[in-house]
Design a protein. Structure first.
Length: 218
């Protein structure tokens, strides 16, 4: 799945890059013992890491600690560079549900060595995404309940109101570093409650008013 669909329309957008914002919820920062960043912490997942609703995450053999991180996903619909926050929402085509799958043991080892995180974040199947709903159908992306269950057990339960940087500010910050193009996706960070999944688990991620994403783990 290297394209995403806008629900209720005939439009399909080919995925470009997936830009992810780390450490955007203070409770999540605390649970991992990280420092609060002064500037946005960004990393990229390749489009080859994307899978869709009711597909399967395959945990690589080299990891024993794969974690779920539910996130609001923002689909870019218009080219932009150095976008002002006041104009940022005009560049959004839609919103979806994403899960940032993370090989926590691999990530921690790489961080200790001062090396990039991409192996832990960008492996095949590391970026489950739902279909997107048009931005016009989301009155306020900054106040949506966001949850994730594993085998019907609630793990993450937060609100996008808890984000330290909201969507317009995120788009401004990302576009100062990376030119944003139609089909690019931004993952906006995860609330507290992240934890491990194992082969055989079923994840259900949901964002109020946007949709649900069901994913198997193997």
């Amino acid at each position: 799945m290297h394209a995403v669909r806008l629900k209720g329309t005939a439009k399909t957008l080919r995925i470009g890059k997936v830009v992810c914002l780390a450490r955007n919820y203070s409770d999540h920062i605390k649970e991992l013992g990280n420092e609060t960043p002064e500037k946005p912490v960004l990393f990229i997942k390749p489009s080859s890491s994307v899978i869709g609703h009711r597909e399967t995450v395959f945990i690589p053999d080299f990891s024993q600690d794969c974690h779920h991180e539910v996130e609001l996903a923002v689909l870019i619909g218009k080219w932009g560079k150095n976008i002002n926050a006041k104009e940022a929402l005009a560049h959004v085509a839609g919103y979806g549900v994403g899960i940032d799958m993370t090989l926590r043991d691999v990530q921690n080892d790489l961080k200790k060595k001062g090396l990039p995180w991409e192996i832990a974040k960008g492996f095949d199947t590391a970026c489950p995404l739902s279909d997107f709903i048009p931005a016009s159908e989301v009155a306020d992306p900054s106040n949506l309940r966001i949850t994730l269950k594993v085998n019907d057990q609630l793990r993450q339960d937060g609100s996008t109101a808890q984000m330290m940087r909201q969507v317009p500010e995120i788009i401004q910050a990302v576009s100062e570093i990376f030119t944003l193009e139609e089909g690019d996706i931004i993952l906006t960070g995860t609330p507290a409650g992240v934890g491990p999944v194992r082969s055989g688990d079923q994840m259900t991620a949901e964002i109020e008013g946007i949709g649900q994403l069901e994913i198997q783990v193997q």
